[in-house]
Design a protein around this ligand. Structure first.
Ligand SMILES: Cc1ncc(COP(=O)(O)OP(=O)(O)O)c(N)n1
Ligand SMILES: Cc1ncsc1CCOP(=O)(O)O
Ligand SMILES: [Mg+2]
Length: 211
Protein backbone atom coordinates (compact mmCIF):
# COMPACT_ATOMS: atom_id res chain seq x y z
CA UNK A 1 0.00 0.00 0.00
CA UNK A 2 1.29 3.48 -0.92
CA UNK A 3 2.13 5.61 2.11
CA UNK A 4 0.16 8.85 2.52
CA UNK A 5 3.45 10.80 2.65
CA UNK A 6 3.98 9.82 -0.99
CA UNK A 7 0.39 10.74 -1.94
CA UNK A 8 0.37 14.28 -0.58
CA UNK A 9 2.34 15.77 -3.50
CA UNK A 10 -0.50 17.57 -5.26
CA UNK A 11 -3.48 17.42 -2.92
CA UNK A 12 -6.53 18.93 -4.62
CA UNK A 13 -9.41 20.09 -2.41
CA UNK A 14 -12.76 21.18 -3.76
CA UNK A 15 -16.48 21.52 -3.33
CA UNK A 16 -19.07 22.65 -5.85
CA UNK A 17 -18.97 26.14 -4.33
CA UNK A 18 -15.32 26.55 -5.37
CA UNK A 19 -15.68 25.58 -9.00
CA UNK A 20 -15.64 27.81 -12.04
CA UNK A 21 -16.87 24.87 -14.13
CA UNK A 22 -18.86 21.73 -13.37
CA UNK A 23 -17.32 20.00 -10.31
CA UNK A 24 -17.24 16.51 -11.83
CA UNK A 25 -15.55 17.79 -14.98
CA UNK A 26 -13.18 19.86 -12.84
CA UNK A 27 -12.04 16.79 -10.89
CA UNK A 28 -11.73 14.71 -14.08
CA UNK A 29 -9.48 17.37 -15.58
CA UNK A 30 -7.45 17.77 -12.39
CA UNK A 31 -6.89 14.01 -12.34
CA UNK A 32 -5.67 14.11 -15.94
CA UNK A 33 -3.35 16.91 -14.88
CA UNK A 34 -1.72 14.70 -12.27
CA UNK A 35 -3.20 15.37 -8.81
CA UNK A 36 -2.22 12.74 -6.24
CA UNK A 37 -4.96 13.05 -3.60
CA UNK A 38 -8.44 14.57 -3.35
CA UNK A 39 -10.50 16.07 -0.52
CA UNK A 40 -14.25 16.69 -0.83
CA UNK A 41 -14.89 19.95 1.02
CA UNK A 42 -18.51 20.95 0.39
CA UNK A 43 -18.72 23.90 2.71
CA UNK A 44 -19.60 27.60 2.92
CA UNK A 45 -21.73 29.96 0.85
CA UNK A 46 -23.51 28.24 -2.03
CA UNK A 47 -22.50 24.71 -1.05
CA UNK A 48 -24.80 21.75 -1.62
CA UNK A 49 -26.66 20.17 1.31
CA UNK A 50 -28.43 16.89 1.90
CA UNK A 51 -29.10 14.63 -1.08
CA UNK A 52 -27.36 16.95 -3.58
CA UNK A 53 -24.20 16.85 -1.47
CA UNK A 54 -24.39 13.07 -1.12
CA UNK A 55 -24.85 12.54 -4.87
CA UNK A 56 -21.91 14.79 -5.74
CA UNK A 57 -19.73 13.09 -3.12
CA UNK A 58 -20.55 9.66 -4.58
CA UNK A 59 -19.71 10.79 -8.12
CA UNK A 60 -16.39 12.31 -7.04
CA UNK A 61 -15.54 9.28 -4.91
CA UNK A 62 -16.18 7.00 -7.85
CA UNK A 63 -13.82 9.07 -10.02
CA UNK A 64 -11.12 8.81 -7.37
CA UNK A 65 -11.63 5.05 -7.06
CA UNK A 66 -11.32 4.54 -10.82
CA UNK A 67 -8.09 6.50 -10.79
CA UNK A 68 -6.73 4.97 -7.57
CA UNK A 69 -6.57 8.29 -5.74
CA UNK A 70 -7.29 8.68 -2.03
CA UNK A 71 -10.75 10.20 -1.46
CA UNK A 72 -10.80 12.20 1.77
CA UNK A 73 -13.83 13.91 3.29
CA UNK A 74 -13.56 17.20 5.13
CA UNK A 75 -15.41 17.71 8.46
CA UNK A 76 -18.50 15.62 7.74
CA UNK A 77 -18.05 12.38 9.69
CA UNK A 78 -21.57 11.14 8.93
CA UNK A 79 -20.93 11.46 5.21
CA UNK A 80 -17.54 9.78 5.59
CA UNK A 81 -19.17 6.89 7.44
CA UNK A 82 -21.97 6.56 4.89
CA UNK A 83 -19.58 6.50 1.93
CA UNK A 84 -16.80 4.41 3.44
CA UNK A 85 -14.03 6.83 2.50
CA UNK A 86 -10.24 6.47 2.39
CA UNK A 87 -9.71 9.37 4.77
CA UNK A 88 -11.09 12.17 6.90
CA UNK A 89 -9.71 15.66 7.48
CA UNK A 90 -10.55 17.69 10.59
CA UNK A 91 -9.38 21.01 12.01
CA UNK A 92 -8.78 22.37 15.49
CA UNK A 93 -12.45 23.36 15.86
CA UNK A 94 -13.90 20.09 14.52
CA UNK A 95 -14.44 16.70 16.19
CA UNK A 96 -11.41 15.82 18.32
CA UNK A 97 -8.84 13.70 16.56
CA UNK A 98 -9.01 10.92 19.20
CA UNK A 99 -12.74 10.50 18.55
CA UNK A 100 -12.20 10.50 14.79
CA UNK A 101 -9.45 7.86 15.11
CA UNK A 102 -11.77 5.62 17.14
CA UNK A 103 -14.58 6.02 14.61
CA UNK A 104 -12.27 5.49 11.58
CA UNK A 105 -9.45 3.25 12.79
CA UNK A 106 -8.19 2.38 9.31
CA UNK A 107 -8.74 5.67 7.52
CA UNK A 108 -6.13 8.27 6.58
CA UNK A 109 -6.55 10.98 9.18
CA UNK A 110 -5.50 14.60 8.54
CA UNK A 111 -5.40 17.44 11.05
CA UNK A 112 -5.10 21.19 10.37
CA UNK A 113 -2.46 23.05 12.35
CA UNK A 114 -1.15 26.58 12.25
CA UNK A 115 1.31 26.45 15.15
CA UNK A 116 4.04 24.09 16.38
CA UNK A 117 2.24 23.41 19.67
CA UNK A 118 -0.80 22.10 17.77
CA UNK A 119 1.51 19.61 16.08
CA UNK A 120 3.20 18.69 19.36
CA UNK A 121 -0.21 17.86 20.84
CA UNK A 122 -0.58 14.82 18.56
CA UNK A 123 1.48 11.76 17.68
CA UNK A 124 1.97 9.86 14.44
CA UNK A 125 -0.30 7.10 15.72
CA UNK A 126 -3.20 9.54 16.01
CA UNK A 127 -2.65 11.53 12.83
CA UNK A 128 -1.41 10.52 9.36
CA UNK A 129 -0.60 14.00 8.08
CA UNK A 130 -0.77 17.66 9.06
CA UNK A 131 -2.37 20.36 6.88
CA UNK A 132 -0.29 23.45 7.74
CA UNK A 133 -1.76 26.84 7.01
CA UNK A 134 -2.92 29.19 5.84
CA UNK A 135 0.60 29.74 4.55
CA UNK A 136 -0.35 32.72 2.40
CA UNK A 137 -3.49 34.84 2.51
CA UNK A 138 -6.55 33.24 0.97
CA UNK A 139 -10.10 34.31 0.25
CA UNK A 140 -11.30 30.74 -0.33
CA UNK A 141 -11.86 29.89 3.34
CA UNK A 142 -14.40 32.24 4.89
CA UNK A 143 -12.99 31.96 8.43
CA UNK A 144 -9.29 31.60 7.58
CA UNK A 145 -6.75 32.67 10.19
CA UNK A 146 -3.95 35.09 9.26
CA UNK A 147 -1.19 33.82 6.99
CA UNK A 148 1.67 32.08 8.81
CA UNK A 149 4.28 31.90 6.03
CA UNK A 150 6.43 29.00 4.74
CA UNK A 151 8.65 29.05 7.85
CA UNK A 152 5.74 27.45 9.74
CA UNK A 153 6.31 24.29 7.68
CA UNK A 154 9.94 24.15 8.84
CA UNK A 155 8.87 24.68 12.48
CA UNK A 156 6.38 21.82 12.27
CA UNK A 157 8.98 19.59 10.61
CA UNK A 158 11.33 20.26 13.51
CA UNK A 159 8.59 19.81 16.15
CA UNK A 160 7.05 16.59 14.81
CA UNK A 161 9.32 15.17 12.09
CA UNK A 162 7.50 11.82 11.95
CA UNK A 163 4.19 13.29 10.75
CA UNK A 164 3.96 14.06 7.01
CA UNK A 165 3.18 17.68 6.12
CA UNK A 166 1.12 19.36 3.43
CA UNK A 167 1.10 23.15 3.07
CA UNK A 168 -2.22 24.92 2.38
CA UNK A 169 -3.60 28.41 1.80
CA UNK A 170 -3.13 30.85 -1.08
CA UNK A 171 -0.74 28.50 -2.87
CA UNK A 172 -0.03 28.86 -6.57
CA UNK A 173 2.53 27.22 -8.84
CA UNK A 174 5.17 29.84 -8.03
CA UNK A 175 5.19 28.85 -4.34
CA UNK A 176 5.93 25.17 -4.79
CA UNK A 177 9.73 25.24 -4.74
CA UNK A 178 9.91 27.39 -1.62
CA UNK A 179 7.39 25.20 0.22
CA UNK A 180 9.12 21.94 -0.66
CA UNK A 181 12.45 23.45 0.39
CA UNK A 182 10.80 24.39 3.69
CA UNK A 183 10.04 20.75 4.43
CA UNK A 184 6.59 20.17 2.92
CA UNK A 185 5.77 16.73 1.53
CA UNK A 186 3.20 18.32 -0.76
CA UNK A 187 0.92 21.27 -1.46
CA UNK A 188 -2.86 21.40 -0.98
CA UNK A 189 -4.73 23.76 -3.28
CA UNK A 190 -8.28 24.80 -3.96
CA UNK A 191 -8.68 27.90 -6.15
CA UNK A 192 -5.46 27.56 -8.17
CA UNK A 193 -7.08 24.52 -9.82
CA UNK A 194 -10.84 24.82 -9.18
CA UNK A 195 -11.03 28.40 -10.45
CA UNK A 196 -8.76 27.81 -13.42
CA UNK A 197 -10.24 27.97 -16.90
CA UNK A 198 -8.19 24.89 -17.67
CA UNK A 199 -7.84 22.80 -14.47
CA UNK A 200 -5.81 20.13 -16.28
CA UNK A 201 -3.11 22.62 -17.31
CA UNK A 202 -3.21 24.22 -13.86
CA UNK A 203 -2.56 20.85 -12.21
CA UNK A 204 0.17 20.05 -14.74
CA UNK A 205 1.94 23.30 -13.93
CA UNK A 206 2.08 22.22 -10.25
CA UNK A 207 3.29 18.76 -11.19
CA UNK A 208 6.12 20.20 -13.28
CA UNK A 209 7.40 22.03 -10.19
CA UNK A 210 6.83 19.17 -7.77
CA UNK A 211 8.25 16.03 -9.33
C1 LIG B 1 -5.21 19.49 3.86
C2 LIG B 1 -6.05 20.44 4.62
N1 LIG B 1 -5.45 21.26 5.50
C3 LIG B 1 -6.19 22.15 6.19
C4 LIG B 1 -7.57 22.20 6.03
C5 LIG B 1 -8.42 23.16 6.83
O1 LIG B 1 -9.24 22.47 7.77
P1 LIG B 1 -10.09 23.31 8.85
O2 LIG B 1 -9.14 24.17 9.59
O3 LIG B 1 -10.91 22.38 9.64
O4 LIG B 1 -11.00 24.22 7.96
P2 LIG B 1 -12.14 23.77 6.93
O5 LIG B 1 -11.48 23.24 5.72
O6 LIG B 1 -12.99 22.71 7.58
O7 LIG B 1 -12.92 25.01 6.65
C6 LIG B 1 -8.15 21.31 5.12
N2 LIG B 1 -9.47 21.30 4.90
N3 LIG B 1 -7.37 20.43 4.43
C1 LIG C 1 -9.24 25.05 3.51
C2 LIG C 1 -8.16 25.97 3.88
N1 LIG C 1 -7.52 25.82 5.07
C3 LIG C 1 -6.57 26.73 5.26
S1 LIG C 1 -6.46 27.82 3.99
C4 LIG C 1 -7.70 27.02 3.14
C5 LIG C 1 -8.19 27.46 1.82
C6 LIG C 1 -7.24 27.10 0.71
O1 LIG C 1 -7.76 27.53 -0.52
P1 LIG C 1 -6.87 28.23 -1.63
O2 LIG C 1 -5.92 27.19 -2.14
O3 LIG C 1 -7.85 28.66 -2.68
O4 LIG C 1 -6.19 29.40 -0.98
MG1 LIG D 1 -12.72 21.60 9.33
Amino acid sequence: MTKIKDQLGLYFIMGSQNCLHDPIWTLEEAIQGGITCFQFREKGTGSFQGQEKLELAKALQSLCQKNKLPFIVNDDLDLADQLGVDGVHVGQDDEHISIVRKAFPKAILGLSVSRADEGLAVSETEVDYLGIGPIYSTSTKEDAKHAIGPEAVRLLQQAVPAIPRVAIGGINQEHVTELMQSGADGVAVISAISQANDPRSAARAFVSKLF
